[in-house]
Design a protein around this ligand. Sequence first.
Ligand code: IPD
Ligand code: CA
Ligand code: CA
Ligand code: CA
Length: 258
Amino acid sequence: MEKQALEQLNQAVQVLLKDARTQVLAAMGQTLTIDEKTSRKDLVTNVDRSNENFLVQRLRQLDPQARILAEEGLGDQVETLAGHVWIVDPIDGTMNFVHQRNHFAMMIGLYIDGEPTLGYIYDVMADKLYAGGPIVGVTLNERPLPAPRDAPLAEGLFGASGPLLIHNKYQMQTIAQTSLGPRILGSAGVQISQVLAGELVGYLSYLRPWDFAAGRVLAESLGLVVSQVDGTPVNMLSSGAVLVATKSAQRAILAIVK
Ligand code: IPD
Ligand code: CA
Ligand code: CA
Ligand code: CA
């Protein structure tokens, strides 16, 4: 896609996310319908579904030929990354959304023939929209976002996932001890945005494609690295333990995990 066309698309997606935020804030004033998916710790609400429907419909208007992979199943059955594939998480951090009414995000990623192209993480309550990609550049609320310093693990806070830290999977406790301290927020999107902003030197969690599709685009555009916890490349159609980190922190973490 031409740079100019991507820039227009980038603007249009930011507009649709602002519209989605307005609707989500309005829906938060009404009673939520909350259902359990696989367990009491895996929730979905009417707002996850209605926002996914809204995002999918608006993306179809913008990019009619594309296929859309969306968490709650209102998009398409996507089995390959050929052509334009949008990956959508309508509310990331549903547990926070339900119990805190805070610390949740909307996320959208665009992959063209498998190439990370556009990414959006919108921290709804903080009203912080991280947007862009390798060709159009990365912005935070429309202002260019500088690349974070290549800080080592020992000099930064580390974004942990609760389950991995509790069960010490992938040596998470050693990783946390080596860092200046672990931070657990319960939204992959918000935590990855903190890595983008240089507030965390890394984040490690077991993630599904929609949890890291947007973050991967933005992180790689800013010189951060995104890989599986063993250092091998991520695949946008499968789940796994995904590490988003500075290059230095990644080196230290891979040495700990090996
Ligand atoms: C979840 C959150 C959480 C992470 C889980 C995700 P959801 O996303 O990002 O922080 O630990 O793995 O599934 O289900 O609220 O969109
Ligand atoms: Ca979910
Ligand atoms: Ca998610
Ligand atoms: Ca979600």
